[in-house]
Design a protein around this ligand. Structure first.
Ligand SMILES: NC(=O)c1ccc[n+]([C@@H]2O[C@H](COP(=O)([O-])OP(=O)(O)OC[C@H]3O[C@@H](n4cnc5c(N)ncnc54)[C@H](OP(=O)(O)O)[C@@H]3O)[C@@H](O)[C@H]2O)c1
Length: 335
């Protein structure tokens, strides 16, 4: 089995690891990867050598978490999957894997393109940015930071009933946000940002900011543009790999005067009316919703694919994210 391993900052190698696929345990499945998608934010920090994320593995470590493959074998007691099923998982960039059937692995129905489906887990995290802060249809949402997760949040906005504005640090990303269905898009350093958002929201203000960028200036923008009593959902890792702060992140102007709620987008989201079995905010259920949007043509991550590469070119891709190449967005590795 081939797997991309990060042995230290900017030291990424494709390695050959043993994988026993001929003695599957009763509940195991064997999946051969067809494509995997590059994850930028967290992996870029790992690649650059930024401080470790609590609970995450140290070097040597795997990279990536968007994998689409075909089931090649199933253990005798597997009930959820059959040989030939197309599945998406959060497995790393690797050519094949063996997993327990109860892991977060979701079957992809016919009618969803591989290059959309491979993003379904990442876009489900973008959806969690709405669910966890209890988004209500009709609210005004600003997405600060337009990487994969931010553009996913922009694309999901219209599906969920949001009026969504993208806040970028590059005109290239503004254009991508428009392609994903943003109702408006502005630069975060636009001196007239506040007036423009006022006009965009008919004076109501931004109810929910989804913050997907690590740099502190992005955090400051989020707190500045959210309305009084609004909320800021933070999916990014503020400050990771960034220079130290030059302002107070809990400034009285925001937290005392405006009464903002800061919500970490991680862990579970609550749901008021749970069904008898399962939960609408269970990852797999949310992921199926994301896949349904793709099947219905309402959500098309493949619109943002800029590079298709053989897995052996993975170093080139990571060097491009290291250099923060704005023209690079969706990168698909073929295995
Ligand atoms: N909570 C979780 O479970 C979870 C899971 C996965 C990822 N994450 C985190 O989520 C974040 C987003 O991931 P991603 O893959 O979408 O990352 P990304 O590609 O780095 O996206 C962030 C984007 O925001 C831009 N940006 C930086 N400062 C800005 C500013 N002041 N105004 C507007 N835009 C600004 C960045 O530009 P530059 O490249 O120029 O800086 C980048 O294009 C990352 O922090 C990642 O670590 C969290």
């Amino acid at each position: 089995m081939k797997i991309a391993m990060l042995n230290g900052p900017r030291d990424l190698q494709i390695e050959e690891h043993a994988l026993d696929t001929s003695h599957l345990k009763p509940h195991q499945i064997w999946v051969r990867t067809r494509i995997s998608a590059l994850k930028i934010g967290t992996d870029r920090g790992n690649y650059e050598g930024a401080e470790n994320v609590p609970g995450a593995p140290d070097y040597p470590r795997w990279v990536g978490d968007s994998n689409l493959g075909i089931i090649e074998g199933v253990g005798e007691a597997v009930s959820r999957f059959s040989v030939g099923d197309r599945v998406i998982s959060r497995y790393p960039h690797q050519s094949e894997y063996v997993a327990h059937e109860d892991e977060v692995i979701v079957k992809v129905e016919d009618g969803v393109d591989d290059e959309d489906a491979v993003y379904a887990h990442l876009y489900t995290l973008s959806a969690l940015c709405y669910y966890k802060p209890q988004f209500q249809p009709g609210e005004n949402v600003a997405v600060v930071g337009l990487g994969v997760l931010g553009l996913g949040a922009v694309g999901l906005g219209p599906c969920l009933g949001a009026r969504v504005v993208g806040i970028a640090n590059s005109p290239v990303r503004m254009e991508m946000a428009q392609r994903m269905g943003a109702h408006a898009c502005y630069m975060s350093d636009d001196p007239d940002l506040s007036e423009k958002l006022d006009t965009f929201t008919h004076g109501e203000g931004i109810d929910l900011v989804i913050l997907t960028a690590n740099p502190w200036p992005a955090f400051r923008t989020a707190c500045q543009i959210v309305r009084v009593n609004g909320r800021v959902g933070v999916v990014s890792l503020p400050g990771r790999g960034e220079p130290p702060l030059d302002f107070n992140p809990l400034d009285m102007r925001w937290f005392y005067s405006k009464g903002i709620s800061l919500i970490a987008i991680n862990g579970k989201a609550g749901y008021l009316y749970p069904p008898e079995q399962g939960d609408r905010r269970q990852w797999e259920t949310m992921c199926r919703f994301t896949l349904d949007q793709m099947k219905e043509g309402k959500l098309e991550p493949k619109r943002l694919i800029t590079h298709r590469m053989h897995y052996s070119e993975i170093n080139t891709a990571y060097e491009m994210i290291y250099h923060r190449e704005k023209n690079m967005m969706g990168v698909i590795f073929n295995w």
